[in-house]
Design a protein around this ligand. Structure first.
Ligand SMILES: [Zn+2]
Ligand SMILES: [Zn+2]
Length: 268
């Protein structure tokens, strides 16, 4: 059990895409030389031993096949490696409704979903008529969430909300209209799960936006919001960077390259 209001935070890798190139990850690459720049896919968990919040729900094998990604384990399998039983989780934060963050809802039968209202508007409104905007969404994920709304299992957020002592969500937008980030108090101070507010460390550090973007200005402002919310820039955890698994300590030796502790100081 941690101190009151201090949480343990985990990042669990569930998928990867090794073929990705640098030019896929920046509107304007920071340097003109193209080359491999693999991307990892994560779910996160915030727990104090009594309450557990899962952040995002990943995608399934069919989705991985359709989009040419490599699924390593489902979100539920990944969470099980750090001792979390998805079937018992009561709170899930959905940072945004893109396919890699909002699939697999049947893995969390008891969960209430915390989602920005603007993200639901976005995913069910006029912008989805455009393939350029809609392609990172999967319609079944969106309709699953609509069903959760009618089941009374969605808690809509408008801007920011404190979910528990030392845990809150904050609207950032930019990448997706209703993208929210998660701020968590830990033993090393305030950690921010940036999700796709910054896919890689390099997006925010080089001020180089990721190409999937609804509003570039909001994405750029979002990096400032991340800095304001985090204890230091080293407390901001990007959403897709393989470096996260190198910088943070593995949960245990057998989970090297799979699951790390974000509430413990990074190694570099
Ligand atoms: Zn996204
Ligand atoms: Zn993503």
């Amino acid at each position: 059990m941690s101190e009151a209001g201090e949480w343990e935070v985990y990042a669990v890798k569930y998928a990867t895409s090794a073929e990705r190139l640098r030019r896929d990850n920046f509107i304007t690459p920071p340097d003109p030389h193209d080359g491999p720049m693999p991307i990892d896919y994560f779910v996160w968990a915030v727990t104090n031993g009594t309450r557990t919040f899962v952040v995002d729900t990943g995608f399934d094998a069919a989705e991985a096949e359709a989009r040419g990604r490599t699924l390593l384990r489902t979100a539920a399998e990944g969470l099980a490696t750090v001792g979390i039983d998805a079937s018992k989780v009561e709170d899930v934060v959905i940072t945004h409704l893109h396919y890699d963050h909002a699939g697999g809802h049947d893995q969390f039968p008891l969960a209430r979903y915390h989602l920005q209202e603007s993200e639901m508007h976005y995913a069910t409104g006029r912008h989805m008529c455009s393939h350029a905007i809609a392609h990172p969404f999967t319609v079944d994920h969106v309709t699953d969430m609509v069903r959760r709304v009618f089941d009374g299992r969605v808690s809509f957020v408008d801007g920011e909300r404190r979910l528990a002592p030392g845990l809150s969500v904050h609207l950032v937008g930019g990448h997706s209209m209703g993208l929210q980030v998660v701020r968590v108090r830990t033993r090393r101070g305030w950690v921010v799960l940036a999700s796709d507010a910054s896919h890689f460390y390099e997006n925010m550090e080089a001020a180089a936006p990721f190409p999937i973007v609804f509003n570039v200005g909001d994405m750029v402002q979002g990096w400032e919001t991340l800095k304001q919310l985090a204890e230091t820039p080293a407390h901001i955890v990007p959403g897709h960077d393989p470096l996260v698994l190198q910088r943070y300590p593995a949960v245990s030796a057998d989970l090297e390259g799979i699951a790390v502790r974000l509430d413990i100081e990074p190694k570099t």
